[in-house]
Design a protein around this ligand. Structure first.
Ligand code: NAD
Ligand code: AHE
Ligand code: ZN
Length: 369
């Protein structure tokens, strides 16, 4: 079939809206009509050529929601008409990782996903006879995409696509980092570095679990009001702090935070986040994705004295199990999504979503088909 897609033909070049060819689902696969997709900073990072796994040409996008149109042989868990969210972290429930119960990082199809192809080693997308790579196993910047059955979460049909799509990455990542990865307790003090599409969800997750002080740190002063809307109790703009930022945060939290979260992708900020943790028990969770070649550093003494450095992907969520529950939380009013979606654009204007993000003007842009 033919479908409309925003194709990344080259790094650092705007996406081009073209009609691409898409092969139908093979065994264990589903064809999904994407109705809406968010634009996450990770899409921008790959488009900017900063992703060591970045492939071109490719169809980016990993934060979508849509409807199953067709299923391949052997598919049993979804059928045509089902509403689904594509999962860049699938859940096969059979691999060593899924069975370990220690991680959400299913390994069933990670190798082919990283090479931009389906599990059989081939792409389903092409343009003028040339293969186009899938992205993070999702490629939601296309009106139709093919996904392995294990990489779709079936969701309730009354959830609006233009909001539910954000649960495909940002909401689940931020809220899940608090609930699943850190396990923040009621009353704990939390510092969130970077109050964008992910960081604000960390803040609302911290409020959800009853955290004590929730301190937001951002170089964009406009983010103070945003943080307050979702439960932030204090705001720190590093550019307005006299002296050392870490010392300032440690003083503010009576010796350091119980939990800190990096939602910037900046490795210098990751170090600050670790060192702003309380001696003896503070845990710092890396969410941000750093540019290829960057490394983190700290004095080992920071860990010897009890601080813990962790990371999280997709908020530690097991997609097919947890995503439908997060959709329920949204539909029941336990978490907010609508106010964070600052811009809604047609596919033809998708490049504006990247401009708005880089200018610090959007929290989340959603593209509707
Ligand atoms: P965003 O652009 O919406 O937000 C980033 C925020 O960080 C902005 O508010 C910006 O002003 C702030 N910031 C930048 N530099 C800063 C600094 N030095 N100090 C303090 N604040 C600073 O991006 P996003 O969509 O929220 O994504 C955030 C990061 O999380 C990205 O690196 C993205 O790739 C990553 N991410 C990771 C996962 C995961 O599963 N681990 C999932 C989604 C996104
Ligand atoms: N391709 C990058 C890694 C990018 C990365 O860490 N991605 C996160 C999700 S970001 C969503 O916005 C993730 O899920 N990581 C686990 C995994 O298996 O990719 C690189 O550095 O090569
Ligand atoms: Zn993302």
């Amino acid at each position: 079939m033919k479908t409309r897609a925003a194709v990344a033909f080259e790094a650092k070049r705007p996406l081009e809206i073209v009609e691409v060819d898409l092969e139908g689902p093979r065994a264990g696969e589903v064809l999904v009509e994407i109705r809406a997709t968010g634009v996450c900073h990770t899409d921008a990072y790959t488009l900017d050529g900063l992703d060591s796994e970045g492939l071109f040409p490719s169809i980016l996008g990993h934060e979508g929601a849509g409807v199953v149109l067709e299923v391949g042989p052997g598919v049993t868990s979804v059928r045509p008409g089902d509403h689904v969210i594509p999962l860049y972290t699938p859940e096969c429930r059979q691999c060593k990782s899924c069975l370990s119960r220690k991680t959400n990082l299913c390994t069933a199809i990670r190798a082919t996903q990283g090479r931009g192809v389906m599990p059989d080693g081939a792409s389903r997308f092409s343009y003028k006879g040339q293969a186009i790579a899938h992205y993070m196993g999702c490629s939601t910047f296309a009106n139709h995409t093919v996904l392995p059955e294990i990489a779709v979460a079936k969701i309730r049909p009354d959830a609006p696509f233009d909001k539910a799509c954000y649960i495909g990455c940002g909401v689940t990542t931020g809220v899940g980092a608090v609930v699943n990865t850190a396990g923040v307790e009621a009353g704990a003090n939390v510092i969130v570095f970077g109050l964008g599409g992910i960081g604000l969800n960390v803040i609302q997750g911290a409020r959800l679990v009853g955290a004590g002080r929730i301190i937001g740190v951002d170089i964009n002063p406009a983010r103070e009001a945003w943080g307050q809307r979702f439960g932030m109790t204090d705001f720190v703009n590093p550019r307005e702090v006299e002296g050392d930022l870490v010392q300032h945060l440690v003083a503010l939290t009576d010796g350091g935070a119980d939990y800190t979260f990096d939602c910037t992708g900046n490795t210098d900020v990751m170090r600050q986040a670790l060192e702003a943790c309380h001696r003896g028990w503070g845990e710092s969770i890396i969410i941000g994705v750093a540019e290829a070649g960057r490394e983190i550093a700290t004095r080992p003494f920071q860990l010897v004295t009890g601080r813990v450095w962790k990371g999280t992907a997709f908020g530690g969520a097991r997609g097919r199990t947890d995503v439908p529950k997060i959709v329920d939380w949204y539909m029941e009013g336990k978490i907010q999504i609508d106010p964070m979606i600052t811009h809604v654009l047609p596919l033809e204007r998708i490049n504006e979503a990247f401009d708005l993000m880089h200018a610090g003007e959007s929290i989340r842009s959603v593209v509707v088909f």
